[in-house]
Design a protein around this ligand. Structure first.
Ligand code: CAA
Length: 262
């Protein structure tokens, strides 16, 4: 359907591949637009988890397109930032979980798209960084905000001010990724995790994502109320009734049926 972003569904998992390998999957306006359109096209009845990765074996996403940015005015720069921010925010708040399978360079906008996903795992060849100040700009697709929240303000400042890239092991050490795999094991690991998510009660998974995301925006008194409401919203669903009845049924021969998303 698209040229710069591929979308494929296998079972209950949707695969989004940023596909501009000749530019190491750098994000220009066309890529951002297609990513937005792909997210709109995801069938939320059928798909329960997304995996985002990059085409090829060298790069996840090597950042925003420097050629496209090089001649922008202040106003155009701000608008380009908004374009990226809007689509990354859509990804971050997407109703179902999103796993970033980082298969190489995740620099600038590449690190930023990974940080907009719920979970990041990477290959041993992954390289992370926010090199923007070396180009005379700040990170512009959420990097100043999400890196500080995901790792720590001090570590985010060090990485952003020095523009120094880090390898997979360091990304793991600072908590930027959950796990590191040999490249050939990365997609199987992402698929296994996605399948593990897809088999849980979908309404409960979505409510958990919303509770975590929304709760992180407010103080604890408000946050626990957000949880209470979403916790409550799971009750009386078919999946809640079935999941609990299955647990309470003492018949050891029974086989758990798939959840119905109802
Ligand atoms: N924008 C545009 N083109 C890019 C690109 C980018 N971010 N990253 C790589 N490319 C292109 C290169 O220009 C090159 O194109 P040609 O073959 O036409 O010359 C092609 O991809 C291959 O790249 P290299 O030859 O440079 O490959 P390498 O293996 O020698 O180096 C690299 C790989 C270290 C990732 C290097 O390409 C690089 O440093 N890229 C830029 C990384 C960067 O600075 N990203 C941040 C961008 S700013 C940003 O993202 C702002 C924001 O927050 C919104």
């Amino acid at each position: 359907m698209f040229e710069n972003v591929l979308y494929e569904v296998k079972g209950q998992v949707g695969y989004i591949t940023i596909n501009r390998p000749k530019a190491l999957n750098a994000l220009n306006s066309a890529v951002l637009q297609e990513l937005d359109a792909v997210l709109d096209a995801v069938d939320l009845e059928a798909v329960r988890c997304l995996i985002v990765t990059g085409a090829g074996e060298k790069s996840f996403v090597a950042g925003a397109d420097i050629g496209e940015m090089s001649t922008l005015t202040k106003e155009e720069g701000e608008a380009f930032g908004k374009k990226g921010n809007d689509v990354f925010r859509k990804l971050e708040t997407f109703p179902i979980p999103v796993i970033a399978a980082v298969n190489g360079f995740a620099l600038g906008g590449g690190c930023e798209i990974a940080m907009s996903c719920d979970i990041r795992i990477c290959a041993e060849n992954a390289v992370f960084g926010q090199p923007e100040v070396g180009l005379g700009i700040t990170p512009g697709f959420g990097g100043t905000q999400r890196l500080a929240r995901l790792v720590s303000p001090g570590m985010a400042k060090q990485l952003i001010y020095t523009a120094k890239n880090i390898k997979a092991a360091e990304a793991y050490r600072i908590g930027l990724v959950n796990a590191v795999y040999p490249l050939e094991e990365l997609m199987p690991a992402a698929e296994k995790m996605a399948a593990g998510i897809a088999k849980q009660a979908p309404i409960a998974v979505r409510a958990s994502k919303k509770a975590i995301n929304d709760g992180l925006q407010v103080d604890m008194d408000e946050a626990i109320v957000i949880e209470e409401k979403l916790f409550g919203s799971c009750f009386e669903t078919e999946d809640q009734k079935y999941g609990m009845a299955f647990f309470l049924d003492k018949n050891k021969e029974k086989v758990k049926e798939p959840f119905q998303n109802k």
